[in-house]
Design a protein around this ligand. Structure first.
Ligand code: HEC
Ligand code: HEC
Length: 548
């Protein structure tokens, strides 16, 4: 009814809204769009396994760093974290060497009893911290064909651009005698598949042996101590009633993670700066996953924008000093940049941490120089003027930003609605302004198409009713001009069910109680004049009973 008061042109614009269902980019940590119900169930069961502490009976320890995956991969579940693990070894004339007697360089800091605790040997002279990383969207990254990664490699720097990435070819733990595969996970691209990493992490971080890593880690390589401390038979990870092992469960979860959002999706000036100074020589934007029919539909043949080449590069002083597989002391894998805006700390050793996003990311970029393959782009960054620097950083800040998150706090709530309202009133936006975050379909206009997408993305509770029951959210009515002087996100003149203060579809004694309690304030204001008084009482009594 209230519609009649709106100009006819608005009425026309409203018509197509209800039918326009669009796909909002999932939040970081959410499942991929397009999973089947069975796959979605595997995602949630896997997330549970990923987040539940492994017990001693299940095979925790005897030496480990934590009892579950999420204690390190916190941001969000399955993502980055601020906890580092330590590697130790010796420096042999610039070459990394394992300490004598050790079977691995990773230190396990916890033990089931003091007897089995691992200690850092006295001869260790190289200590390296590795921050918990996470590419997210593991299934999508895993599905990038090896040949596509290899196509960017330029080991001899044939094109003379100073950037000469190599593929880190590795064996799969699940197929150790099979063909070498292009590594892509881990700080040194030392792992090619999610399942391999799950098997590695289950044993090395948690002490749970499994089919892929069946031999327990002995404290400092000492089998005598191990036999005193380890009572569970290997492999400790055995199939559950449905036939899945723990490492399968956590792999399901990780493979079905979506790629984090990027908002605005394209067109920021800072991305042109990013390309102009050569960041994109390593942080490569566009990839398409394999079209293999063996892959799930949600993973197969998808365009993704991880901003990584998944190659290892000589990073000069930013190398970690560890030789791992075929990656040498200076070589590090280009990390994906999606979800960058939430990362703290950044870099393998956490050298860029704290402060604001701007200070953190500036530090991370500056540390790309002065030696190694990224030296010239780091120098070019430092030579940029203030405007271009700000544009570049604004672009980096769009990586991980939620659609319509105008007041960026990783949720789309009523504060974002109020900012959306002012962008809508202006009606146009460029990707470089904050209103660009509201331009869902990237046509430069903020109009009803964007508004209907906003309503889908909206997570707030306010305004989600439909007081006049015309199929349009109250929030949308307000956006299109319905008065809301009392700011309760219910149109003041809603003829549908005025004075139904508790919103239960009934005007009864409960509403009368609310009205009397709010007398003289704005609490039970049916006519939207900012005051609860006799007029409102009249409206309540006149409409007494069920709404409609
Ligand atoms: C003690 C902290 C810790 C725990 C517990 C832990 N991780 Fe990690 N995770 C890390 C660190 C540190 C890295 C980086 C390793 C590296 O490259 O050296 C990492 C890397 C990974 C990666 C590769 C990320 C990428 O995109 O490159 C995967 C996958 C992974 N972990 C899975 C798991 C799983 C599954 C579990 C539980 C079984 C687990 N992690 C438990 C600290 C942890
Ligand atoms: C030669 C390849 C290369 C170039 C060119 C390059 N990067 Fe990187 N970038 C890397 C590698 C490798 C790392 C990880 C280094 C480490 O932690 O040891 C990294 C890390 C980062 C990180 C931190 C990410 C994280 O998760 O910790 C940011 C941010 C970043 N790069 C931005 C940039 C920007 C902006 C430019 C252009 C000025 C740039 N990079 C140029 C290879 C490159």
């Amino acid at each position: 009814m209230r519609r009649m008061m709106l100009p006819a042109v608005t009425l026309l614009a409203v018509a197509p809204l209800a039918s326009a269902q669009v796909t909002i980019q999932p939040k970081a940590g959410a499942p991929l769009a397009g999973l089947t119900p069975a796959q979605l169930e595997l995602f949630w069961i896997g997330q549970e396994a990923y987040s539940t502490p492994v017990t001693l009976e299940m095979g925790l320890g005897p030496i480990m760093n934590k009892s579950n995956c999420v204690s390190c991969h916190t941001n969000p579940i399955g993502g980055w974290g601020s906890i580092s693990v330590n590697h130790f070894g010796m420096d042999d004339k610039g070459e990394f060497m394992m300490s004598p007697g050790e079977t691995q360089s990773l230190l396990q800091t916890l033990a089931v009893s003091p007897l089995c605790a691992e200690v850092v040997p006295e001869d260790a002279s190289v200590f390296v911290q590795r921050v918990t990383n996470s590419s997210m969207a593991f299934g999508l990254i895993e599905a990038i064909p090896d040949a596509a990664i290899a196509a960017n490699a330029d080991p001899a720097d044939a094109n003379g651009d100073g950037v000469s990435g190599r593929v880190h070819w590795v064996h799969l733990l699940e197929d150790p005698t099979g063909p070498l595969r292009a590594g892509r996970f881990g700080w040194k691209a030392q792992v090619a598949t999610t399942l391999s990493f799950s098997g590695d992490a289950a044993r090395n971080e948690m002490g749970m042996t499994n089919d892929l890593e069946p031999i327990e880690n002995a404290p400092n390589g000492n089998d005598a101590i191990l036999s005193e401390c380890d009572s569970v038979a290997d492999p400790e990870d055995t199939p559950d009633l449905e036939g899945y092992r723990f490492i399968d469960r956590v792999t399901h979860f990780q493979r079905y993670l979506s790629q984090p959002p990027q908002t605005p999706k394209s067109g920021m000036s800072g991305e042109a700066v990013f390309n102009a100074i050569g960041c994109n020589a390593c942080h490569v934007r566009d990839w398409t996953t394999s079209n293999s029919p063996l892959l799930e539909d949600a993973i197969r043949n998808k365009a993704i924008k991880p901003y990584s080449d998944f190659l290892i590069h000589n990073m000069g002083g930013l190398g970690d000093g560890v030789q791992q597989g075929d990656a040498d002391e200076t070589e590090m894998r280009t990390p994906t940049l999606w979800n960058l805006r939430t990362r703290d700390p950044m870099l393998h050793n956490g050298a860029a941490s704290g402060g604001t996003f701007t200070t953190r990311v500036t530090k991370a970029i500056e540390l790309h120089g002065p030696f190694g393959e990224s030296a010239s782009s780091a120098a070019a960054f430092m030579a940029l003027g203030g405007t271009q620097k700000a544009q570049l950083i604004a672009f980096l800040g769009s990586l991980g930003k939620l659609e319509f998150d105008l007041e960026p706090d990783n949720q789309v709530d009523v504060f974002d609605f109020m900012l959306f309202q002012s962008c809508f009133a202006v009606g146009a936006a460029s990707p470089d302004t904050n209103c660009g975050v509201a331009d869902f379909n990237q046509d430069g206009l903020i109009n009803t198409v964007d508004a209907s997408a906003f309503m889908q993305a909206y997570e707030g509770a306010e305004g989600t009713g439909d007081c006049d029951k015309d199929g349009e959210l109250d929030l949308m009515e307000i956006l299109l001009g319905a008065p809301d002087a009392d700011g309760d996100f219910v149109p003041d003149d809603c003829a549908g069910c005025q004075a139904d203060f508790d919103g239960d579809g009934q005007r009864n004694g409960v509403d009368l109680g609310i009205l009397l309690a709010g007398w003289g304030t704005a609490a039970a204001d049916a006519d939207g004049d900012g005051m609860t008084n006799g007029v409102d009482l009249g409206i309540l009594l006149a409409g007494w009973g069920a709404c409609d």
